[in-house]
Write a protein that binds this ligand. Structure first.
Ligand code: SAM
Length: 223
């Protein structure tokens, strides 16, 4: 377990809004007191929050990670993919960064109800396709220029499972790590073998980036 400024936790928590918190502001929005970020969110992200709220779904990427996704998406062409759509907040952040009309985003969500909710956000958007399906459905739709691994099943997203899905120079993003100052990385008193694997595999050049004081993300570029 680990002490963070927000209490003791084994994993960086996602944002779980309560009636007194707005996911668009404050913690889980951006930690505005610690980091510069404009308070206004892209329209598509606001729409995704509205859909999430209506669906009562509260597991989505933090705004800090979202901003990172948008920036990375702005460097990409071709086809990007997301494993685990949830209600479409991460997809919306990716979409907000897309340049040009040819870049596509494919995202797969196992839960049919959630997928249906996320489809609402992009109903008029030919560049985004939300599939109500296991992410394995996307295996033959690559190679991807960016792959956001966010299905919450870390053991399924080892390097071997996804290396060949990413084009040369393509980027993989993994979310939800607790920043760690030791090597090998430790989470909850155990070596974090997933993080260790990504940070050492020769097929990728990988870096862990802190997106907040209590949360980090792995970004890996396919060599
Ligand atoms: C953390 S949430 C995704 C949040 C979303 N990426 C975002 O940033 O807003 C994880 C989602 O992955 C979905 N999921 C779990 N296993 C999956 C699989 N094998 N294929 C597709 N989706 C999966 C879950 O149903 C859940 O909605």
């Amino acid at each position: 377990m680990m002490q963070t400024p927000y209490g003791v936790t084994a994993r960086p928590r996602r944002w779980f809004p309560t009636s007194v918190r707005d996911p668009r502001r404050g913690r889980g929005g951006d930690t505005l007191d610690r980091m510069s970020a404009p308070p206004d969110l892209p329209d598509v992200v606001n729409r995704a929050f509205d859909v999430s709220r209506k669906a009562g779904y509260v597991s989505f990427c933090r705004n800090e990670t979202g901003r990172l996704l948008a920036m990375l998406a702005a460097t990409r062409g071709g086809t990007m993919a997301e494993f685990g759509t949830g209600c479409g907040v991460g997809t919306a952040w990716l979409r907000s960064g897309v340049r040009g009309d040819d870049t596509r985003i494919l995202t797969a969500e196992l839960d049919a109800e959630l997928a249906k909710a996320a489809q609402e956000i992009f109903v008029d958007d030919p560049q985004v396709e939300v599939l109500a399906a296991d992410w394995s459905t996307l295996l033959d739709k690559g190679p991807f220029s960016l792959l956001f691994l966010d299905s919450g099943q870390p053991n399924e997203v080892g390097v071997d499972a996804v290396a060949d899905l990413v084009e040369e120079g393509g980027i993989v993003v993994l979310d939800d790590f607790i920043p760690c100052e030791v090597w090998p990385p430790v989470t909850g008193g155990r070596v974090d073998t997933l993080r260790e694997q990504w940070l050492t595999d020769e097929r990728f050049t990988t870096v862990e980036v802190m997106v907040a004081t209590d949360a980090s993300t792995l970004i890996a570029t396919r060599r």
